[in-house]
Ligand binder design. Sequence first.
Ligand code: LLP
Length: 416
Amino acid sequence: MEYSEHFAYRDGRLYCEDLPVSKLADDYGTPLYIYSRAAFEQAYRDYDDNLRLDHMICYSVKTNSNLAVLQLMASLGSGFDIVSGGELARVVEAGGDAGRVVYSGVGKRDDEIAYALDLGIYCFNVESEAELEAISRVAAAKGKAAPVAFRVNPDVDPHTHHHIATGLKTSKFGVPVDEALRLYEKAAHLEGIRVRGLDCHIGSQLTTLAPFEEMAEKIIPLAQELKSRYGIEFVDVGGGLGINYANDGAPNAGEYAKLLNRRFADLGLKLVLEPGRSIAGNSGVLAARVTYLKRTARDFAVVDAGMNDMIRPALYSAWMNIDVAERRPADEKKLFSVVGPICESGDKLGEDRELAVKAGDVLVQFSAGAYGFSMSSNYNSRPRAAEIMVDKDRAFVIRQRETVSDLWRGERLLEL
Ligand code: LLP
């Protein structure tokens, strides 16, 4: 299975753009996150070029928050969807425009609200009445008016993994659609608040367009109402478009854009989007080297990347494709569980994979550009992987591999 022209096999060798992945693994060590600049750019343009409405694409920072990725997005004109003060600081550090930032999340603290107000973000996506009051209090104390949108929960089933379905009635996110009018009325009269838009996000890794149609159906009448009552300027439809990990049949950004063009054309409001996975997911891979082959009741390929580097298979039972960086057609394939070195039985990159592999080979986990490095940790005291960005035949280290002394940075011994 091949994902894009930017990660493709030529004569049995996997290339990222013009560089062989096995050579990158030799040069920079493993585990190694490898991103393609062209893939990021193309994924952004697939949205931007196909949207026929006034729009602002706010790349979802949580997906892959490396400064170079944010810098690249900003250079394409992207805004940003953030969920913490830390993410906002990253956007600023990378040269992004705070005026094109939307701030989501159910637990914004006063200090984070104040920081975002000082930087003049585009909008707060408010997730509760209590948060509205906090924003009002913090903004009024500064003599400012905070731009707000409520994140409404349209109660659409996105048919995705329950950990990432966020638009159901029972979810902690957003406010119920039927409470929205009361909250907007309250907001419109609250000190320090300026009603600016309407927001929603129904979930992630959506592989059909039907839930988006349903979401549009539910929020457009509300958006019309809010436009006439309070003069809102935009509707934010969140992120969520899925990608092909296997042959999931996920629609592409162009197809999704057509739906948005059709549904939102008559509304006369700016459209804000918060895509993450569909921009970063297939723009990166994780390369790992096989440390040992091991046989018990089954065959294992033990690699040097673990759940601390890529937690998606362990956390969501996510299936991500794994293949060799160098194909040797003569070798016989066997079924392997590809596992890491971490002391947890959940520590796997993939199960039952048909591979021709031996110790020392480089394996590649595809679709790792989203929610890979950004969810990584130092569990088992493992320094985090290096990240590189390939641009044609050049590679740039965009995050150095951590060293062991990085592991205890900030820790102190007791005076015993
Ligand atoms: N906007 C909001 C408010 C979100 O909560 C999210 C993702 C996005 C945008 C971006 O969604 P995307 O376009 O990437 O689907 N760690 C999980 C995914 C968690 C998604 C959280 N919210 C995974 O690895 O599958």
